[in-house]
Design a protein around this ligand. Structure first.
Ligand SMILES: Nc1ncnc2c1ncn2[C@@H]1O[C@H](COP(=O)(O)OP(=O)(O)O)[C@@H](O)[C@H]1O
Ligand SMILES: [Mg+2]
Length: 247
């Protein structure tokens, strides 16, 4: 966190030098942020193409097992990379979260299509209960997509074959859009529930989990002036509920 502005104020000549140094360094950091956001945008485009293409290959019937295995690896690694780049991008100031208008249902459906292969592979049963008459939310589509992607990927990771995933959207009495993502997975032990939104908390193997997903997700939801809640029962499943203000 930045210090309050008063703490940057010079108290004597010495401090003035220090202040100038700090300003110069802040500018450099901002420039670096802009530069890396640009590079990451460039990386994201080919990554999405590789992800979509590998998913299409995997949906082909009668592929030799060795090919399926290799393409599966490609698909998994590309997904991991794109989650990473989206995570970095969401920290950069280049992407203004509350800019734009989004149709929550459309974004949810896009994410489910993007994850079609993961869903098929686990024989997860998906129940979509989307209210077709929702107002738009004031949100950048990419940011919203990243929020849903993180939560749905976590839900899929938590379930064995044949689990069920509920994705529903509705309008509350006080005009908030409510989205729920509920799984019938492992659930989260009460002792971990307080920790899941903190950075680097993960119960997954190194190389699988970064522990940044929910931390980034909560940050992103708050950038949209929304809120996120979780309920979980060990051995039964988990439900994440999101509320977003409407336009
Ligand atoms: N739907 C879920 N069901 C069970 N556990 C979950 C679920 N979502 C998150 N978790 C727990 O919270 C941890 C942190 O999640 P996250 O921040 O996305 O990091 P990561 O997925 O990289 O581990 C996970 O490792 C897991 O233990
Ligand atoms: Mg995760």
């Amino acid at each position: 966190m930045d210090k309050p502005f008063a703490e940057h104020m010079p108290r004597d000549g010495h401090d003035q030098d220090e202040l100038l140094r700090r300003l110069a360094s802040n500018e450099k950091m901002a420039e670096l942020g802009r530069l890396s956001a640009g590079i990451i945008h460039e990386i994201n485009t080919p990554l999405s193409v590789i992800a979509a293409a590998s998913q299409m290959v995997l949906c082909e019937r009668d592929l030799p097992e060795s090919v399926t295995e290799m393409v599966e690896r490609i698909h998994q690694e590309v997904q991991r990379l794109s989650q990473l780049t989206r995570g970095i991008l969401s920290f950069s100031r280049e992407e203004d979260g509350a800019e734009g208008e989004s149709d929550v249902n459309l974004v949810l459906q896009e994410v489910l299509t993007f994850l079609k292969y993961e869903i098929q592979k686990r024989s997860t049963i998906v129940h979509e209960e989307l209210d077709p008459h929702l107002p738009l939310v004031k949100a950048n589509q990419n940011l919203l997509k990243q929020i849903f992607l993180n939560l749905i990927v976590n839900a899929l990771h938590a379930m064995d074959t044949g689990g069920s995933l509920l994705v529903d959207s509705s309008l509350t009495d006080n005009m908030l859009i409510r989205v729920r993502i509920r799984d019938t997975g492992t659930g989260i032990p009460p002792a971990s529930l307080d920790k899941i939104f903190t950075p680097f908390f993960t119960t997954k193997d190194p190389g699988v989990g970064t522990g940044l997903g929910l931390y980034v997700t909560k940050n992103n939801v708050e950038r949209l002036h929304g809120s996120i809640e979780v309920e979980s029962a060990e051995g039964e499943g988990t439900c994440f509920t999101l509320f977003f203000p409407t336009l």
